[in-house]
Design a protein around this ligand. Structure first.
Ligand code: ATP
Length: 122
């Protein structure tokens, strides 16, 4: 098989593994399931409040940002637990930093949400 078709096959395989990871996240990771539920609620609210196209763009971006950050946080937590299952100050620090990254995303998502929805109530 030539290098070019190998490249394409490897890319297809990579997408398959990524889709598998995506499925694991949305079906078995409680923190991701919670964020997906919040995303669905915000989507319903978006339709009910008839937000504009630009507001949809920001809302979808915020939802994506939170889900990506939360997913990477989950991956780092899993890796930390695998590398060092016992209690260790450094593992705690790494997990806290990783959770902090997800918190960062959540703060900005909340700010975006407030900017979109507060004017609709005043
Ligand atoms: N092995 C460890 N060593 C030191 N501190 C830890 C360790 N595991 C967890 N911690 C501390 O507990 C916090 C929460 O841990 P973690 O993110 O693994 O969530 P959990 O509550 O244990 O499980 P889950 O995220 O599945 O609900 C971490 O941010 C860290 O401060």
């Amino acid at each position: 098989m030539n290098t070019e078709s190998n490249f394409i096959l490897n890319r297809i395989k990579a997408v398959k593994y990524a889709a598998k990871g995506f499925w694991i996240l949305i079906t078995s990771e409680k923190s991701i399931i919670a964020q997906v539920i919040i995303a669905l609620i915000m989507t319903v609210i978006g339709f009910v409040m008839k937000i504009s196209a630009t507001e949809w763009l920001f809302q979808i971006f915020a939802i994506g940002l939170v889900l990506v950050a939360e997913s990477l946080n989950t991956a780092i937590e899993k890796m930390a637990d695998f590398i060092h299952p016992e209690y260790h100050k450094k593992i705690g620090f790494i997990k806290d930093i990783s959770a902090g990254a997800a918190f960062f995303a959540a703060i900005f998502a909340v700010i975006i949400g407030l900017i979109i929805y507060i004017p609709k109530f005043i």
